[in-house]
Design a protein around this ligand. Structure first.
Ligand code: PMM
Length: 300
């Protein structure tokens, strides 16, 4: 059964929006614009004020080919931002593959752990998150960014990703995590080519139904959108000019029941998911109707 509730988080009554706050000098899509902590905090607060539900703070770039940063550097980047945003009352997620970073950020006020490696990069991750009893985003992953494109080989991408996510979900539960706290993510762009990404988006409802857990979709500004919007000479559309397509995909993913989307253009996606909720039929499972969860009036 498709579920939209995650233990430890509010019932949003619609698709939630994760706003991306990458504190990296080399992130592929925002060019390190958030590198200074103060700037990231300001952007995070503005995103929350614009209706973004969760601020996803990350200190390690995962763009294709990226090298890893040290745990010390990752902590130096993310901790002050997590602390300030949590203190200001925002719901903060930490985007990390490291158990140590997850633990330190939880102590600083993070309420969600977002692990693009699905627990594969750090053998301590599942046990740590089980101890912290925090919601956890478990993404489909086949290896570090430095050589992940070579792993983009599938027999049937939707079925293969479903099986690999189901295995990781079982492993997380075996390590003591409550399944009710786990959100799954097909990992668009991670060991996937554009055809794989589109196939996974088309398979979203099947993945959610067969895996039985809510899905987060992380498509924002990714390469498959750049390729779709390439110019006549075949040059991909630059990352910062992919937001209209990003918001369109977010709206369709929301209409198909995504639990959350993770985007750079948070304010635009926040508006889009509210519009989608307002035009969607009432939920037979009894989710609150749009506008009844503090969103303000539906007809603005
Ligand atoms: N993509 C990126 C980083 N973190 N987290 C989740 N759960 N899902 C994703 O698809 C995802 C992620 C890479 O994109 P970015 O550099 O724009 O943050």
């Amino acid at each position: 059964m498709t579920s939209r509730s995650v233990l430890g988080l509010p019932e949003y009554g619609r698709c939630a929006v994760f706003g991306i706050l990458n504190i990296t000098p080399d992130s592929f899509s925002d060019g390190g614009a958030n590198f200074a902590a103060e700037d990231a905090i300001g952007r995070g607060l503005a995103a929350a004020a614009a209706g973004v539900d969760v601020l996803d703070v990350g200190g390690e770039s995962t763009r294709p080919g990226a090298a890893r940063v040290s745990v010390e550097e990752e902590l130096r980047r993310v901790l002050p931002v997590v602390e300030a945003l949590a203190a200001a009352g925002a719901v903060v997620s930490v985007d990390t593959m490291r158990a140590e970073v997850a633990r330190r950020c939880a102590a600083a006020g993070a309420r969600i752990v977002n692990d693009v490696s699905g627990g594969l990069a750090d053998p301590e991750m599942f046990r740590t998150v089980a101890d912290l009893a925090l919601p956890y985003i478990l993404m489909h992953w086949r290896g570090h960014s430095v050589d992940m494109n070579a792993r983009a080989v599938y027999r049937d991408v939707v079925e293969d990703v479903r099986l690999e996510l189901a295995e990781r979900l079982d492993a997380a539960v075996a390590a003591g995590m409550a399944p009710e706290r786990i959100v799954l993510d097909p990992g668009l762009g991670f060991a996937k080519n554009a055809g794989h990404d589109w196939a996974l988006l088309r398979g979203q409802e099947r993945l959610a139904r067969e895996l039985g857990r809510p899905l987060l979709i992380g498509h924002s500004r990714k390469r498959f959108l750049g390729a779709l919007l390439a110019d006549a000479g075949g040059t991909p559309r630059p990352a910062a000019e992919r937001d209209a397509a990003t918001v369109a995909v977010a709206a369709v993913a929301a209409a198909r029941g995504a639990w959350a989307v993770r985007v750079h253009a948070g304010a635009e996606a926040a508006d889009a998911v509210r519009a989608v909720a307002a035009m969607s039929p009432p939920d037979p499972a009894g989710r609150p109707r749009p506008g009844s969860d503090g969103d303000g009036e539906v007809a603005r």
